[in-house]
Ligand binder design. Structure first.
Ligand code: SF4
Length: 419
């Protein structure tokens, strides 16, 4: 499901967790790490470095000038173009989106526009890859800034997952048991590279989203004795715990350590191996913030995303995907007070859309997704004007052999409906 959006311009947050977020993204696209706003100093893995390249004229253009140019290019391209905006995208960009939603909703939304030759994906790299895999023949996908990655997706790279698979196969073997179950089923979160989705496709595995993670884990346990879940440890842990799997049977796999930092006995007893990955934005939410919200607003309803750490999910009233949060807010009575644990752009937009309710972010310091933030109107204008001139800039193309296997894992996800 997708939502059409109203045209609206909202200024960038005045105060954020990092003053550098007030700068143009081209000023930090070339930084070795993830840049301002990311809570880690992790270096982006070598093969994933993506540099933004925005001509100076677009960097210097005023907001008004860019606005006019984007509207003019959009009008010229007409039905040949569809612009998609992720829930976490800033409003200066969202105002141009034909559809707003989560990554999977957006990939499907593009299919409802068969005349669109170009899908302009205002999200991050893995989302554009998924859209390319699911796109109709003849549709191309553009990511306005190639430096818009996802720090969580980059925490599981193909080589590390291959190494992990080799190590655990030595322990578990590769034979099925008496019930015909594989020793381990790989499950990747949508927030992962196409190569890892392809890995799951090749090894009897599947993709999940934050909306269907428990259905997908049930699917996996019907076919396997255990699950290797990557890259988000929190979504994996929160989902498996809700299904009754004990924490002792969910060891963490740290790709930098032999056997992921576990003993052979621990791995043999495991039901879910959790990859050592996380979202820098959702990791910021704490139980103390929930306690404070409850003290300040007695009766407040606390809803968080399952990418938050387990103690936060446990302390909240509810946890669910971005779409779950959106629907819960819509369903709340007028006058309700809701404290939300997810990305700030989405929370601010929900507050603007529901003036009859009090909606606020649990984190008092404004901290948007710093990689999503790299999509700036300047990049949108540059890529759109390129299309008008017949030049395709920043196209995302998944290699056919990877797309084929990745599609297998995505189709398994689509077929794994709740019973
Ligand atoms: S909010 Fe977190 S998981 Fe989502 S795109 Fe940003 S870094 Fe990745």
């Amino acid at each position: 499901m997708t939502i059409s959006v109203n045209e609206r311009v909202v200024a960038a947050p005045a105060s954020s967790c990092d003053a550098e977020l007030a700068k143009g993204p081209w000023e930090f696209d070339a930084m070795p790490g993830y840049g301002p706003g990311a809570s880690e100093d992790d270096v982006i893995p070598e093969p994933i470095v993506r540099r933004g390249q925005l001509p100076a004229a677009y960097q210097r253009a005023s907001q008004e000038d860019l606005h006019e140019r984007i509207l003019a290019a959009k009008a010229k391209l007409g039905d040949k173009l569809v612009i998609l905006g992720h829930f976490y995208q800033r409003d200066e960009v969202i105002q141009y989106a034909d559809f707003v939603g989560d990554s999977f909703q957006l990939a499907n939304a593009a299919l409802t526009k068969p005349d669109a030759e170009t899908i302009m994906f205002c999200g991050v790299h893995f989302m554009a890859e998924t859209a390319n895999i699911l796109a109709r023949p003849g549709q191309r996908v553009i990511l306005p800034n190639l430096a818009a990655g996802c720090s969580m997706a980059d925490m599981a790279d193909e080589d590390s997952v291959d190494d992990c698979w080799e190590e655990i196969t030595e322990i578990y073997g590769s034979d099925t048991d008496a019930e015909g179950k594989q020793p381990v089923i790989p499950v990747t979160y949508m927030n992962s590279s196409a190569a890892l989705k392809a890995f799951c496709g090749k090894h009897g595995g599947i993709v999940c989203t934050s909306s269907n993670a428990s259905t997908v884990l049930e699917w996996a346990f019907e076919r396997g004795q255990r699950v290797l879940f990557f890259p988000d440890q929190h979504l994996g842990r929160n989902t498996a715990k809700a299904m009754g799997i004990p924490l002792e049977q969910m060891p963490m796999w740290n790709p930098r350590k032999p056997l992921g930092g576990n003993t052979e006995a621990e791995l043999r007893d495991a039901k879910v191996l959790l990859w050592h990955g996380f979202c820098s934005v959702h990791k910021r939410f704490t139980v103390a913030q929930i306690d404070k919200a409850r003290a300040d607003y007695p009766g407040v309803q606390v809803i968080v995303h399952p990418e938050c750490p387990m103690p936060v999910v446990d302390a909240a009233d509810a946890a669910g995907s971005t779409d779950f949060i959106r629907k819960a807010i819509e369903a709340a009575d007028p006058g309700s007070v809701l404290a939300i644990g997810t990305e700030i752009n989405m929370v601010n937009r929900l507050q603007a859309e529901h003036p009859d309710k009090t909606i606020f972010c649990l984190d008092p310091v404004v901290c948007p997704c710093s990689t999503m933030y790299r999509i700036h109107p300047g990049y949108l204008a540059w890529t759109l004007e390129g299309l008008v001139e017949g030049e395709v800039r920043n196209e995302i193309v998944v290699e056919p052999h990877i797309a084929k296997d990745a599609k297998v894992a995505l189709e398994r996800m689509l077929a794994a409906l709740p019973k």
